[in-house]
Design a protein around this ligand. Structure first.
Ligand code: SAM
Length: 266
């Protein structure tokens, strides 16, 4: 199907202004994903389909699901989970020995793999009597449904050690493994657009993971978001970004701890 330049421009401008995702150089990707979406909805003309999307909020929501890139896996960039266990958590706990409550945010959580990887890491430190909550947020309702169910295939679990699969997943059907209830109860998933002001409840975090999300954002959007993260972290709190990313310079007091790990000064 043909995607007119003006239709492409209109869509990519909407997506960048509402969600921060820059698709301006992704004509082929947008065309391919829109074509599949149009076929699924019974259309054979992209111009007509785009007109229909503009009139129908359900189609618009689904457009967001179709245009976001949700690639993720358990224990992605595994050094982050090592440093979480060996340095960040012990340090936070030493500073607050009487209040062992941790609030962690997986911002741009996709299908929940990151949030559950954090939960498994914390559970493995249970001897330390941790009380924690993890918030997973995304703009894609499709991945959030997935995350809420917490059901994964054997292939999805391939980066998790066998003993942890046995401990933290129940086999519910052939090739379907569901995260155990105890973990599900610690992780709260909700829809949240990082471009909008945060709900007042989103504050006082000890750690924010925002990995492989800002790579799609233009510089001005990144700078605003980093300052928002700074404001909702506790003093001494950590921001962890993807290993291939670098934070642009902003006026806040984040200190680089090591590549991709930043700390709000005490
Ligand atoms: C590539 S995935 C990364 C998932 C996970 N953090 C990881 O590193 O494996 C990026 C996620 O960010 C989400 N995202 C993109 N723009 C967003 C926005 N403005 N607000 C919230 N989530 C967003 C996408 O829907 C997608 O699920």
């Amino acid at each position: 199907m043909e995607l007119l330049r003006e239709d492409f421009d209109e869509i990519q401008k909407k997506i960048i202004s509402f969600y921060g995702i820059d698709l301006s150089r992704k004509y082929e990707l947008v065309k391919n994903r829109l074509t599949t979406f149009a076929i699924d909805e019974g259309y054979n003309d992209l111009h007509k389909f785009i007109k229909a999307i503009k009139k129908n909020p359900f189609l618009y929501k689904e457009l967001v699901n179709r245009l976001t890139t949700n690639y993720t896996y358990f224990f992605r960039e595994k050094e982050h989970f090592k440093i979480l266990k060996e340095k960040i958590i012990p340090e936070i706990m030493n500073k607050n020995p009487n209040n062992l409550r941790l609030k962690i945010w997986s911002a741009g959580c996709s299908k929940g793999n990151e949030a559950y990887s954090i939960a498994i890491t914390l559970e493995e430190m249970l001897g330390l009597k941790l009380n924690y909550s993890i918030y997973g947020t995304d703009i894609s309702t499709k991945v959030l449904n997935f995350a809420n169910k917490g059901i994964y295939t054997r292939e999805d679990l391939k980066k998790i050690e066998e003993d942890k699969i046995m401990k933290y997943f129940n086999k519910i059907r052939e090739n379907q493994f569901q995260v155990i209830d105890r973990l599900v109860k610690k992780v709260y998933f909700s829809e949240l657009n990082l471009m909008l002001p945060f709900n007042p409840f989103f504050n006082n975090f000890n750690i924010i993971f925002c990995r492989n999300v800002m790579i799609y954002f233009p510089l001005d959007v990144k700078i605003k978001l980093i300052n928002k993260f700074y404001n909702v972290l506790q003093p001494g709190g950590y921001l962890i970004i993807g290993k291939s990313e670098i934070l642009p310079k902003t006026k806040n007091n984040f200190k680089l701890v090591q590549q991709s790990i930043y700390r709000k000064e005490l």
